[in-house]
Write a protein that binds this ligand. Structure first.
Ligand SMILES: [Zn+2]
Ligand SMILES: [Zn+2]
Length: 86
């Protein structure tokens, strides 16, 4: 079963259950009856009861097969501010 926030993750890499490989929807805890997926890259999580999709794009999207150095991350971070609008 696929979730909407799985296909439209906005760059987030959701933490997965070690046993069954499914997205761990209890990784993010927002209080009683509020829980959802948590991004292993940026630490962002949201309640999947309140929201279908993450309201923030990942601040540290993983580039598959690429290794980003700390210096490059700093550069990306300074350039990336405020550019997320369409
Ligand atoms: Zn909630
Ligand atoms: Zn993320």
């Amino acid at each position: 079963m696929s979730h909407k926030y799985e296909t439209e993750a906005r760059g987030h890499v959701w933490k997965r259950d070690e046993d069954d490989g499914e997205i761990d929807i209890f990784a993010y805890e927002g209080g009683e009856y509020h829980n959802g997926p948590l991004c292993v890259n940026c630490g962002y999580g949201f309640c999947h009861h309140c929201n279908d999709l993450p309201d923030e794009a990942c601040s540290k999207p993983a580039l598959e097969g690429e290794f980003t150095t700390v210096n490059e991350q700093k550069l990306l971070g300074s350039v990336d501010n405020g550019t997320d609008r369409n």
